[in-house]
Design a binder for this molecule. Structure first.
Ligand code: HSE
Length: 435
């Protein structure tokens, strides 16, 4: 086995440049400490060479021809950091076919084509490292796949998207407008090429697909994940939630504890301000994991950005160097069939914000419709009317069935006292995490 790992990097964007810089900066240290030489042989990017020479890399290692990496017998591992499905998928499969290991941060690709990529890797006896695909710098993949391997994982609940957490934090703390904060997140390099992936919960669902597959041991289908994004969350929702002792987070929730099947959902969620997840601010991600033997674990770290994600990419390279030439035993093998719990079978608490006429009997009408479906109200706030005749009424319910809540809201929205569609946000009661 060689302790020299020769790397070809495809994509010199935010994460690619961060990874290359870390490889260069830590090369000596890795050699001295672990006897491993990580040698960056080639960088392929569509941009002109100046982009890499500006970062102090030699022009000789630059190419804009991906074949100079994928077909190069002097390269052991391809690091794919261009993102998106194609051409990344073709590059990865061709690299595997050529017997090269792969490291990728491409959560969309893994979530959609997990089986194809890992089947190919198993056939060719190569490793696919994907620590950087979830959690940026937080080592959540390694934790689930290696450190928690003695457990049946029962719950994976987390904040898995830095952009949306940044947006919600800034809206709450600085009362800033949604689109203004999204631009800031894009400037800081957190957002996806298509930021609707962040905002509409797609990126979070990609990450939940990967973590729940690893954690629960099934080939989880991305399309099985229920998802809602944060584009409908207003400053009003954030302020009302706060007044009631809650904050709003985009949560990914995977639970394998219910006889009705595995629960997989991504949606904005009210959580108590006193819960540790409420303290996860800006671009930080956090992961609560519960295993049958270890109990509860929480990990947090910067979920996006040049160096945090680069640090995860380089960690995978070290792993590959350690296993290179031995076997590919870190590649997960999954079961195909699993039972999925339908979102309609969900039971939980809800926040509802109604915009209604300020007239006698309105509150009684709404609570009557909720009451006849057995939905009990836990708290209510109503703001005084300004010059407008409509007022917001905010209610938090006790535990109710999702289906009953949907039916009740449909009936309420059809009333002529209701000015606009009622906003409903699920509340997650996570208090037992501390026990
Ligand atoms: N767009 C992602 C985020 C990048 O905001 O978290 C890291 O996967």
């Amino acid at each position: 086995m060689s302790n020299n790992l020769r790397v070809g990097l495809i994509g010199f964007g935010t994460v690619g440049s961060g990874s290359a810089i870390i490889m260069r900066e830590k090369q000596q240290l890795f050699f001295e400490r672990y006897g491993i030489n990580i040698e960056l042989k080639k960088i392929c990017d569509k941009s002109p060479v100046q982009r890499i020479t500006d970062e102090g890399f030699s022009p000789e290692i630059y190419t804009n021809d991906v074949n100079a990496l994928i077909n190069n017998p002097e390269i052991d591992v391809i690091v794919e950091l261009i993102g998106g499905i194609e051409p990344a998928k073709t590059f990865i499969l061709r690299a595997i076919e050529n017997g090269k290991h792969v490291v990728t941060a491409n959560k969309a690709l893994l979530a959609m084509h997990w089986d194809e990529i890992f089947s190919a890797a198993q056939r060719k006896n190569v490793m696919v490292g994907f620590e950087a695909s979830v959690g940026g710098g937080a080592p959540v993949i390694k934790s689930i796949r290696e450190s928690l391997v003695a457990n049946n994982i029962q719950k994976i609940i987390g904040i898995m998207n830095g952009t949306t957490n940044y947006i919600l934090t800034k809206m709450e703390e600085e009362a800033k407008d949604f689109s203004e904060v999204l631009k800031e997140a894009q400037r800081l390099g957190y957002a996806e090429a298509d930021p609707t992936f962040d905002v509409e919960g797609v990126d979070t669902a990609h990450k939940l697909t990967i973590l729940s597959s690893l954690g629960f041991g099934y080939n989880i289908k991305f399309s099985d994940i229920y998802k809602e994004g944060i584009s409908g969350i207003t400053l009003n929702d954030i302020h009302f939630a706060k007044e009631l002792g809650y904050t709003i987070k985009l949560l990914a929730i995977g639970q394998n504890i219910d006889e009705n099947g595995i629960e997989l959902r991504v949606h904005p969620t009210l959580i108590s301000c006193s819960h540790p997840l409420a303290q996860i601010k800006a671009a930080y991600n956090a992961f609560f994991i519960e295993g049958d033997r270890v109990g509860k674990i929480m990990l947090q770290g910067l979920g996006a950005g040049k160096y945090p994600t680069g640090s995860a990419v380089v960690a995978d390279l070290l792993d590959i160097a350690r296993f290179h030439g031995k076997n590919n035993s870190l590649n997960p093998v999954m079961n195909d069939a699993y039972k999925l719990k339908d979102i309609k079978d969900h039971t939980g608490r809800f926040y509802a914000c109604f915009y209604v006429s300020d007239r006698p009997g309105v509150l009684a009408t709404i609570s009557g419709i909720l009451g006849k479906r057995n939905i009990s109200i836990a708290s209510v706030i109503q703001k005084e009317r300004s010059e407008k005749s409509n007022v917001p009424i905010v209610m938090l319910t006790h535990e109710a069935k999702e289906k009953d809540m949907c039916d009740a809201i449909n009936e309420i929205n059809a009333l002529d006292i209701v000015f606009s569609n009622t906003k409903v946000i699920r509340i997650e009661d996570l208090t037992n995490w501390e026990n």
